[in-house]
Each structure stands twice: as structure tokens, then as C-alpha cells.
Design a protein around this ligand. Structure first.
Ligand SMILES: O=c1[nH]cnc2c1ncn2[C@@H]1O[C@H](CO)[C@@H](O)[C@H]1O
Ligand SMILES: [Zn+2]
Length: 360
């Protein structure tokens, strides 16, 4: 059994985490006071943390997304946004994360007069300050809200900030009713510019969303993607048969940014033990493990790893496999990925495995 203490020290890579879903509860309270936001349900830090988590655990993505109104409300000013980004980097580094891509939607941070470019500059500055002197490499991904109509502009914004801390483009928000092809022009721009895109698909909606994301929009990775199991049948002997889409995604090694706790919150799976990640890992899809929203889902990379080890009997080998998968699938340039895998991930897992064998 791999202990939580050992897992905490293991190197981790995180490809799917929302900046406005990862604030410290105390920061939400402090920023609300500082900027005069009086809409919080409580200003007691413990109660507020619990309130966000209760709001998340309602078995529905649209309900899950409701409480982001409060974190968005306190992230409208430069100093507030910089602080949130700084703390995000610090919290991830303290959790053993060595590589992270954190996404945010610039269009949600304009209420006090910041421009889209200023929002991006502020977040990336916070990431730089927060990761300084740590082992963490951290980048931004820009999400456009799929129910809105600014995706082309956000794709242009992301491309403008490539090589300045932004490595990709995404669409987020309610999935049902807002298919990826609604934003086809944005994805075509990203592809034309040789830039990177991931798409939230196969979370609250099924195969058509995944199919459009990959085959029409050219997504390199899938945010969640777990509804792929609708294209997989498993017989009584555990023998799996894959449909054409699942086959394609496994053959092409398309990375899945799987977020187990968030999916249990939104009702995709009743428990972690019943979550598709177990099957997807067994079938050797390119699975990565992620937090999605550390505040709302009350989680961390360490917690996701501990939960999966408990549910599926995974150990350090599995955690290393997930971590290497994630760094391989990163949007950072190839030489950087190699450096992180060979220079940090592999040697540290080797050390931890030796420690575990010795029982120290
Ligand atoms: O799991 C998710 N699925 C879809 N959208 C999400 C998820 N988590 C957060 N957001 C949405 O992304 C925005 C930018 O970060 C958040 O404000 C939230 O509305
Ligand atoms: Zn997400």
C-alpha cells in the first residue's frame, strides 16, 4: 500500500485545472472584503469551503458551475487576479506538482475594466512569481465559454500570448446544447497557426461531443472524455470491445484529462471505484489524472492519487505511468517535456520506489 505521505512527495503533472476553481477559501473571503463584494453566502472560511463543495456535489454540471459566480466576482482586479495565480502556483508546488497547465476564461474577468490582454498578462505574471524558486513549471490555457460567442477572439488572444506563458486554447462551460462545432472557426484558427487545443468533451454529454471535438475541431486532448465508455462494451469475462471512435482515440494516443472527483460530483460516476478511469487505464488509453476544480471539488493532486490508489489498488508504478502520460501530452515544447520526464519524474519515482521497498 502506498502511503498518502509518500504520494504527497511524488512528482505530479496537472493538465486540467481551472484557475477560478482553485482559490483558497480564505482568499475568497479576504478578496470579497477588499473589493466590496457582499454576495458570499458566508464569510466563515471553513463554512465557505464546505458550501462550495456542497454546491458542487449535486450530480449535475450546470449546478456544479453555479458557484463560480462567486470566485469570478472576486477576480476582477489586477491585484486580486495576480494573487490568485500566485497562490495557485504556490499550492501546486507544495503538493508536489512539477508541471501544470492552468486554464481560465479571460472573458469572465472584465467587469472592472481590465482588457482581455491585461487579464492574461496578470495571470501569467502571478504564475511566474508563484513558481519562482520551486520545481514547478506552469503555463496557462485560455478557455472560451462555450455558451458565449467570443471564442474566435479568445483563440486570437491565446495565439498572441504564445511563448509568453500561454500554451493552448479550450472551450469550457455547459456541454449539453453547446457542441464544439459551434466554435469551429476558433479551432480552425488555432490549427492554422500551429497552436494547441484541448476541448471539454464527453463530460456532461456523450460521444457526439467527443467525435466533433476530435474529428471536426482537431482537439489534441480531451477534457474529461470519460463518456468514451459508451463506445466500449465489456463482457462477463472482462473482455472489452471498442467501437470505432474509442479505437481511434486509443490508437492515436489522444490524451484524456480525467478528473475523477469532479466527475463523481457532477454525477458521471457514483463513486471513484466505479469511475471509468479504472477501465480506461486497464485498456491503456492515454489517461492523465487531474483535479479540475480544487476548491469546488475539495481536492488536490495528492488526493486524486490517494483516492485512485485506494479504489483500484494502484501503486507508484501506476502513478508514474499517469504522470509520464501527462508530461508527454503537455503543450510545452518537446525538449522541456523530455527534461521534466528524464530529469525529475523518473529519478524521483525511482527514489520513492526504493524507499518503499526498503520500508523506510
Ligand atoms: O468541469 C468543467 N466542465 C466545464 N466547464 C467547467 C468545468 N469546471 C469549470 N468550468 C468552467 O470554466 C470556467 C473557466 O475556468 C469556469 O468559470 C467554469 O464556468
Ligand atoms: Zn474542467
Amino acid at each position: 500500500m502506498t502511503s498518502a505521505e509518500l504520494i504527497k512527495r511524488a512528482p505530479k503533472a496537472l493538465l486540467h485545472d481551472h484557475l477560478d476553481g482553485g482559490l483558497r477559501p480564505e482568499t475568497v473571503v479576504e478578496l470579497a472584503a477588499e473589493y466590496g463584494y457582499d454576495g458570499l453566502p458566508t464569510t466563515d472560511v471553513t463554512e465557505l469551503g464546505q458550501w462550495f463543495n456542497k454546491g458542487a456535489k449535486r450530480n449535475d454540471l450546470v449546478l456544479y458551475l453555479e458557484t463560480f459566480a462567486h470566485t469570478g466576482a472576486v477576480m476582477q482586479h489586477r491585484d486580486a487576479i495576480e494573487r490568485v495565480a500566485y497562490e495557485c502556483a504556490q499550492d501546486l508546488a507544495a503538493d508536489g506538482v512539477v508541471y501544470a497547465e492552468i486554464r481560465f476564461a479571460p472573458e469572465l474577468h472584465l467587469e472592472a475594466g481590465l482588457t482581455l490582454d491585461e487579464v492574461v498578462e496578470t495571470v501569467t505574471a502571478g504564475f511566474r512569481r508563484g513558481s519562482e524558486g520551486t520545481d514547478l513549471t506552469i503555463y496557462g490555457i485560455l478557455s472560451a465559454m462555450r455558451q458565449a460567442a467570443r471564442s474566435f477572439e479568445i483563440a486570437e488572444l491565446a495565439i498572441r500570448h504564445r511563448d509568453k506563458g500561454v500554451v493552448g486554447f479550450d472551450i469550457a462551460g455547459p456541454e449539453a446544447g453547446f457542441p464544439p462545432t459551434r466554435h469551429l472557426d476558433a479551432f480552425q484558427l488555432v490549427n492554422r497557426e500551429n497552436f494547441h487545443a484541448t476541448i471539454h468533451a464527453g463530460e456532461a454529454f456523450g460521444l457526439p461531443s467527443i467525435w466533433e471535438a476530435v474529428q471536426f475541431c482537431g482537439a489534441e486532448r480531451l477534457g474529461h472524455g470519460v463518456r468514451l465508455i459508451d463506445d466500449i462494451t465489456v463482457d462477463d469475462d472482462g473482455e472489452a470491445t471498442l467501437g470505432q471512435l474509442a479505437t481511434y482515440i486509443r490508437d492515436r494516443r489522444i490524451p484524456l484529462e480525467v478528473c475523477p472527483t469532479s466527475n463523481v460530483n457532477t454525477g458521471v460516476a457514483p463513486t471513484i471505484a466505479e469511475h471509468p478511469i479504472g477501465l480506461l487505464r486497464r485498456l491503456r488509453f492515454r489517461v492523465t489524472l487531474n483535479t479540475d476544480n480544487r476548491l469546488m471539488s475539495d481536492t488536490s493532486m495528492t488526493n486524486e492519487m490517494v483516492e485512485c490508489c485506494e479504489a483500484f489498488g494502484w501503486g507508484l508504478d501506476d502513478l508514474q505511468w499517469l504522470t509520464v502520460n501527462a508530461v508527454k501530452s503537455a503543450f510545452a515544447p518537446f525538449p522541456e517535456r523530455i527534461k521534466i520526464i528524464d530529469g525529475i519524474v523518473k529519478p524521483r519515482y525511482a527514489m520513492l520506489k526504493a524507499e518503499q521497498q526498503l520500508g523506510v
